[in-house]
Structures are given as C-alpha cells and as structure tokens.
Design a protein around this ligand. Sequence first.
Ligand code: FAD
Length: 298
Amino acid sequence: ARMSRQSPAQRPPLSVSFEFFPPKTDAMEARFWESINRLAPLNPRFVSVTYGAGGSTRERTLRMVSRIEATTGVPSAAHLTCVGASREEVDAVVEGYRAAGVNRIVALRGDPPEGVGQPFTPHPEGYRNAADLVAGIRRLGDFDISVAAYPEKHPQSADWQADIDNLKRKIDAGANRAITQMFFSNADYLRLVDRARRAGITAPIVPGIQPIHSFRQIAGFAARCGATIPSWLAERFEGLEEDPETHALVAAAVAAEQVLELVDAGVTEFHFYTLNRANLVMALARLLGIRPEAQATA
Ligand code: FAD
C-alpha cells in the first residue's frame, strides 16, 4: 500500500524542519519574515538558519535565530562552522548561542574560502573537522546537535567507508541526528541510510529536500556541493527559463514525486531547504498531510 495516500491516522506521523539563510538586505529580510510567518504555523520540529561562509554572518545568524524563537515560538537552530576560526573563537559563538537561549546547533566543518572543492586546512588552533566540533560543543553545554550527511558521499571522502566512518564519528561525538545534503535520486539517499545502519549508526538521517525554485540556480548550487543533477531532471526543466509558470508547476511536481516516494519508503522526517521562500514548501507540507495549526483542527 502507498503510505503517502493513507490518512494521517493510518500512518506514522510525518514532520518537517525548515532551513533559511540570513538575509542581507532589507528587502530580503522582509521576504524572510513573510516566509517564516507562513511556515511557522506548520509546527516544524525546528527552523534553522545557516552560517555564512567562514562565519561571515555570525551576528545575523544569531539575531535571526533568537528572533524566530521569540516571535513565533518555533524551536530554532543556529548553524555553526569551524573553518578559519580558532577553538576559542568558535567556543565564544557557542557561548553566545547559549546566552541567547539557542540550544540547537547544526554543526559543520565549512569550506575553505577558495571554494568547496579545495583542500581543507584546519585553523592551527581550530577544530579539525565537524566531529571535533561536535565534541567541543558537547563539552560546552547540553545542545541538540545536527550534523551533515551525504547521499553521494562528501567530495573529499576517499571512499564510502571513509565517509560512513566520518558520519559515525560525528554521531559518536554526540550528534543527535544527521541532515543530508540535497539529492535528486532517492536511491542514493536510501543507500546512504542502509550503509549507515549497517555501520551501527542508529540516529535519524533526515533527507534534505531542495525544491527547485530556479533550475539554473539549483544546478549551480548542486555543482558546487557535489550533488548530481540526473539527466532526466535536467530534461524536465530544459527550455523553461522563459516560462516561469510551467517552471513552477514542474518544480512542484518534481519535489512532490521525490517526497511522496520517500514517504512510501518509510521516511517520516523531512528537512526543506527553503531559500527563504514559502510557496513550494507549503504545497509539499500539505501533500504530507501537514497543515497550518488553525486549519488542522478546523
Ligand atoms: P566533516 O564531517 O568534517 O567532513 C568533511 C570531509 O572531511 C569528509 O570528506 C570527511 O570524510 C573528511 N574527514 C573528516 N574527518 C576526517 C579525518 N579525521 N580524517 C580524514 N578525513 C576526514 N556550510 C556553511 O558554510 N554554512 C552552513 O550553514 C552550512 N550548513 C549545512 C547544512 C547541511 C545540512 C549540510 C549537508 C551542509 C551544510 N554546509 C554548510 C556545507 C558544509 O560545510 C560542507 O559540506 C563541508 O564541505 C563539509 O562539512 P561537514 O560538516 O560535513 O564536514
């Protein structure tokens, strides 16, 4: 039976979390809050705000996360990277999160400023990798910690064994769950989960879903982070740059297909990369049976 077509009473409850990035301009900030205010009533497990390359958004990340909690009551998570910073500097950011009442952290290594593909050199007095960072955060307080996982393995992992060993080190260091990089082939995600389970990793591995608001933009992001755009996906969007309406409908169909297939495979938690936009995510949540609080009881 297709679980995605069962009523919420018949299948395990589904839940979502949403990722945002800290806005740079007043106009972007207006859109950020508009989207938060539309998505918050969906009762996400948490909303997270990214940490700009090398900590460039440190203050804004903290400001946004504290304001989300204060204005919407939705649990919020702050991302944190250790690239280019000493332990002391990173620990000060963690203390700042704690002082502001932020007790959820998405802990990442980050990428060198020269680009994602470039070799990573830890700061001489810094955390060496994400597992080391997780252990550091654990020493500082009782945080809920998420880490990254990679359905197509991290580009710098020599092989799958190295990649899964690294994920296991992060969980063993105290992470509560992993959230995956974007992926467009569900088989890759299911294979990652299978490999992780066989390695004794029992923590949730939440699929990171990237709705395709703009195929051109997402294809660029995917190339930079090592996620494959399958040819069937590229073909679906081919020639739609000049036809935004069809583009939006195809994007909704593609994301719906991906998410509902995962529900049928038994997935119950989803993380959406919103890019600070609510529309597609609202539709996907509805397909998962998740509605704004006021409507849910109506
Ligand atoms: P790690 O887990 O440290 O792994 C990085 C690589 O190093 C892997 O190939 C691993 O196998 C290898 N490695 C680790 N330890 C060892 C070891 N001891 N020996 C040998 N090899 C080792 N970036 C940002 O800048 N800001 C963000 O807010 C942000 N949010 C993200 C959220 C999610 C959900 C995801 C999936 C990614 C995010 N990123 C973010 C991107 C992330 O910083 C990059 O993917 C980065 O390249 C790797 O980070 P990591 O935490 O996975 O690193």
